[in-house]
Design a protein. Structure first.
Length: 202
């Protein structure tokens, strides 16, 4: 049996010698990480980057596949995309929390919606990062001391951008039905149409 803090040797590419990576103390005795995202290229890049930082990674590209991975061996860490082709990443977070209460999960999303972030945290997520988030940001979020507050972002979204993101999310949830979106947002239909026709504010 391998010792908990023994070096992890990720599989080599193209027959090259494996890269020996020491598992940092910040990962604890179990450096297993599940990455859930339906962007195959992104998943592969992030998995390689996290292996170089000491994680033992497993990937899933759907909610269904993620559930299977969690049932087989609930990881100590997880990075979960909010929007997946067959469902919502929140379901994966909830399932992982049920199987392993001490798992540390970071949610990735292109939708900066506060209400969804609150839901993710209630279900067990420790942080919420807007895409595109790089490997360093994700690593920092996964390993941050829970007693230490995250530093404020250097370039946070403007209030106009947050509002635009929220409107876009509700619009998508309403199957891009303008009338239904306007009703739910308590907004005049023409006002909503003007907002949807504009580019996203910075």
């Amino acid at each position: 049996m391998t010792a908990p803090n023994a070096p992890f040797n990720p599989p080599a590419e193209n027959g090259a010698d494996p890269i020996v990576t020491e598992s940092p103390a910040s990962l604890g005795p179990d450096p297993t990480l599940l990455i859930v995202d339906d962007d195959k290229a992104f998943v592969q890049r992030l998995a390689r980057a996290m292996e170089k930082r000491g994680f033992i990674t497993t990937v899933a590209e759907s909610v269904e596949e993620a559930h299977t991975r969690v049932e087989a061996a609930a990881p100590a860490f997880a990075v979960v995309d909010m929007r997946l082709g067959d469902g919502n990443g929140l379901d994966v977070i909830e399932h992982l929390r049920e199987r392993r209460a001490d798992a540390r999960t970071v949610v990735l999303t292109g939708y900066g919606n506060i209400a969804t972030a609150v839901t993710a945290v209630k279900l067990g997520a420790i942080d919420y990062l807007a895409k595109p988030a790089d490997a360093d940001e994700i690593y920092a979020a996964l390993t941050r001391d829970p007693q230490i507050k995250a530093a404020p972002p250097e370039n946070p979204m403007s209030a106009d951008r947050v509002r635009w993101e929220h409107i876009q999310r509700v619009y998508e949830l309403c199957d891009r039905n303008v009338s239904e979106t306007a009703r739910r947002l308590n907004m005049h239909r023409r006002t909503l149409q003007r907002i949807l026709a504009k580019r996203a504010p910075r």
